[in-house]
Structure formats: C-alpha cells, structure tokens
Design a protein around this ligand. Structure first.
Ligand SMILES: [Zn+2]
Length: 321
C-alpha cells in the first residue's frame, strides 16, 4: 500500500504545505482521505488519475479538510467520469455538499454513494475492511481503520528451485492454487508457501485531542498516521480550546499500545520546514522519538511511503513533479 501526502498543514496552507489530503494507492486503484482546498492542484503534479479514484473519506467537516471536495467533484464531472464515487464521512457531509451542488448547478456526470462514518460502517476498499473510530475534536471527527482482508501468499522460491521448478507461468499457477504437475509429481501449494503474513492493520486519524481513543485499534498495529499540530510546550501555551494533539501525546499512546510505526502530519504553520530561528518540524520528530521507540516519520507535501506485505514502512522518492 502506498501513502502519498498531498497536504500536511493545519488550518491554513503555507508556501510549502497545502491543507490536508492523503492518497492511498494499491496498483492503479486509489482513495483519498480528506480534501482540503487546492488538493486538485496537487493531484495534477502526482501520478494519480481522478478517473480511478474510488472513494473519498472525510474525517471531519472543518474547512481545511473538506473545502477542496466540491471543486474536485466538478473537475471529475468535466472529465466525463461515469464511475460512481463513494463518499464516507460524518452524517453532515451530505448536508454540506447537497446545497453547493444545487446552488452552483453542478450537474455531476456520475453518482455519489454516501456512507456514514460510525460503528455501523460496512465498507471494503483496496482489499481492506474499513472501520470508523470516533475521536475527540470541536466537531465530530473520525479515524479510519484498515485491516487487510487476505494477505498475499508468498511462494517459497528457494524450495521450488531445489526441485528444479523454473521461473515463469508455472509459479503463477501454483500461487493461484491450480493443480500443477512437475516432473510427474503433483505440487501442493501449501507445501511451497512461506508462512502467511499477518493481515496489515493501520489507521489514519482526523483531528483529535485524545490519541488514546485509538489505543484499542492500534494495539500491535503496523502504522498510525496522526496529527501532531503542536510541540507539547506550545500545546500547553495554546490551551485545550483547539482540541488538537501534541507530538508527545501521540507518541505516548503509540508506545503504550505497542504500535509499530508512526507518521506525524497536520503541523501548525508556526513550524518552519528547515532549521533556523525558532521552532521547526524537526523538533516535532525529536519530541516524538523521546516518547516512542519505534520509527517516526514526518509527512510533507510530496512524501511517499510504502507499507510492504510485512508491515514495514519505507520512505520512497517524492511523487511531486
Ligand atoms: Zn485540521
């Protein structure tokens, strides 16, 4: 699974960071989580085609997470999209979009399939079962949890080579469970597979001042993408009003529940991208690593991560062109 960050600033954009948007891609298929203003400009500089977008999941209805959605829908319509688009979010998502669509006479060329986030969400995307976990914010906000439905099988190539099986279509037949006869011997797939990987599990959080709400889902999970709007000292100065998290708060929860890897995003515009005078985003990483012993990654616009079949997150070259 690929994660491509399209916007990583909280509240307002900066010269280098757009407001929130995260694409998740598996092959050519992809979905979008949150769609702040300007996300469609970012998409133009990415390898992602709106034609193949399967679903948009909105964590909450604050503008920096949703103001880009009407424009994106309009553009997809002008491109002649026919495939239905699944829209997942708080109940008010439909109430937000319907008047905009009517008042601006947006005649969509494709149907919208609304699904309400909540405990009853019944959804499968990109080969994963999707759940919604309610968070704590000034407005109803959700995290989306993803659990892989069927982890891919990996053949034990070394064992197959030992009996002389060559590369080629025979390996594909064996992987698909078809009957394969080699040198007069019927090969049983179960005898030539590596131990099955555990299903991947990861969560993408919306705005939230209580990371512990994710503790149960994140117990031993592979990855959490979560906001870290502030350094903890700044979080204390700002006070509880904005209802965001500090890097320390997220890291402490991650450590307590045995999470494997953490990506922080949604940084306050007060933090510079590079070290100079004052605080910079690197300080957020330093703070998180003091409280979480696993790998910590900082998101930036153009950041590209790959979560492999074994649940290891690898940083990839920026997708931004
Ligand atoms: Zn936000």
């Amino acid at each position: 699974m690929d994660f491509l960050f399209l916007g990583t600033s909280s509240g307002t954009p900066t010269r280098t960071r757009n407001v929130t948007g995260l694409a998740m891609r598996s092959g050519r298929r992809w979905i979008l989580i949150d769609c702040g203003e300007g996300i469609q400009y970012r998409l133009m500089h990415s390898p992602l085609s709106p034609v193949h977008l399967e679903a948009v999941l909105i964590t909450h209805l604050h503008g920096d997470h949703v103001y880009g959605l009407p424009g994106l829908l309009g553009s997809m319509s002008m491109l002649g999209r026919k495939m239905p688009l699944v829209l997942v979010g708080p109940a008010e998502l439909e109430a937000f979009l319907k008047p905009i669509i009517e008042l601006t006479q947006l005649r969509l060329s494709f149907p919208l399939l609304f699904k309400q986030a909540g405990p009853d969400l019944d959804l499968e995307l990109l080969g994963h079962k999707v759940s919604a976990i309610e968070l704590s914010h000034r407005i109803q906000s959700f995290a989306y949890g993803f659990t892989e439905k069927s982890p891919p099988l990996h053949l034990n190539i070394a064992k197959l080579k030992q009996i002389g099986v060559p590369d080629g279509p025979i390996l594909g037949q064996l992987k698909r469970g078809e009957t394969v006869v080699w040198n007069g011997q019927a090969l049983n797939r179960a005898d030539y597979c590596l131990p099955q990987c555990a299903p991947l599990r990861f969560a993408i959080g919306g705005d939230n001042d209580q990371p512990q709400r994710l503790a149960e889902f994140c117990q031993g999970a592979d990855l959490l993408v979560h906001e870290a709007t502030y350094l903890h000292a700044d979080w204390q100065k700002v006070g509880p009003g904005p209802m965001h998290s500090s890097a320390q708060m997220v890291a402490e929860m991650a450590q307590a529940c045995g999470l494997r890897q953490l990506v922080l995003t949604h940084f306050s515009p007060r933090y510079a991208d590079s070290k100079g005078q004052g605080s910079w985003v690197g300080d957020l990483k330093s703070e998180a690593t003091q409280h979480f012993s696993g790998p910590v990654f900082l998101a930036f616009d153009g950041a590209h991560f790959d979560l492999d079949a074994y649940g290891n997150l690898q940083s990839q070259p920026s997708w931004l062109t």
